[in-house]
Ligand binder design. Structure first.
Ligand SMILES: [Zn+2]
Length: 288
């Protein structure tokens, strides 16, 4: 199958796609965004892709939302756990032209556990707890707004630690028909507290909780650039502080059981903007 479009003399389109001329602008709708946007990655729920916008692109949109372009026109996009079944990229080009392409975001089957009883009714949180939680969430929100010119998003991620996978991204319990929140990260357990872990990619430390947060414990967050960030929960200690630049493979903290944790493990979550992503889709085989 022909992978690229050609505009024949006279404006007739050949191949799979369509050119529309309106005034000076030409819009091109392609059936092959993989080629036109050089997409490469995991086009599935919880996945991600890197790409390169067509020459002369000035702006890029994913499903109507603007996505940042690096000076070399590279970009990063990602797909929430419940995203799909399709996504669309639109690049606006100098001179008024544009290029558009849509592609499938493949569905996944999540580990779902049905619990035949209702959730235990929790007691109403105290005012003190609510205040404390609000302050913690405000810090997390503020950290996510920090944005650094760091290029971790371009790297192939490495495992922060190796061990037993004790919890998977996306898994969910359904209590008597009512779904609980799904698990938003990957849990790695080494069976002990104090195991060191490393930065999976370059980044800047945007949050390093000196004191344990109620749920997350000693939380460590790293900005990998372009709206992509990692959070490491339940740490026993941190080896870096806010504002530090870290390099892939650098020792950044130790695994623990602080916050709400039943035993020592590293809960690693990745977000791109508001989309929650599956860390396993960023990684090769464990230990590689
Ligand atoms: Zn977890």
């Amino acid at each position: 199958m022909q992978r690229r479009l050609f505009l024949a003399a006279g404006g007739a389109a050949a191949g799979f796609g369509l050119w529309r001329a309106s005034g000076w602008a030409a819009e091109r709708t392609s059936m092959d965004p993989m080629a036109d946007f050089a997409l490469n990655g995991q086009l599935t729920q919880g996945g991600w892709a890197r790409g390169k916008a067509p020459t002369d692109s000035t702006r890029l949109y994913l499903n109507g939302q603007q996505v940042r372009l690096a000076p070399d026109l590279s970009f990063f996009i990602a797909f929430d756990r419940d995203a799909g079944p399709r996504a669309e990229l639109l690049a606006e080009q100098r001179g008024g032209g544009s290029s558009r392409g849509s592609f499938a975001v493949s569905p996944r089957s999540w580990q779902i556990e049905h619990i035949p009883i209702g959730r235990r009714p929790g007691s109403a949180p105290s005012e003190e707890y609510a205040r404390r939680r609000e302050a913690e969430q405000a810090r997390i929100r503020a950290a996510r707004l920090k944005d650094h010119a760091i290029e971790g998003w371009r790297q192939k991620f490495i495992w922060p630690a190796t061990g037993r996978i004790s919890g998977r991204f996306g898994s969910q319990r359904i209590y008597n028909g009512s779904p609980g929140a799904y698990h938003s990260g990957l849990d790695i357990a080494t069976g002990t507290s104090g195991t060191p872990f490393v930065a999976p990619a370059d980044g800047v430390v945007i949050l390093a909780a000196e004191q344990s947060f109620t749920l997350e414990g000693r939380l460590l967050m790293i900005d990998h650039g372009m709206g992509l960030n990692s959070a490491f929960l339940h740490c026993s200690s941190h080896a870096v502080k806010e504002g530090d630049t870290v390099r892939q493979g650098q020792f950044i903290g130790r695994i623990g059981a602080t916050g709400r944790a039943t035993g020592p493990h590293l809960h690693w979550s990745i977000k791109w903007r508001e989309a929650r992503l599956d860390p396993l889709l960023f990684l090769g085989k464990m230990g590689v």
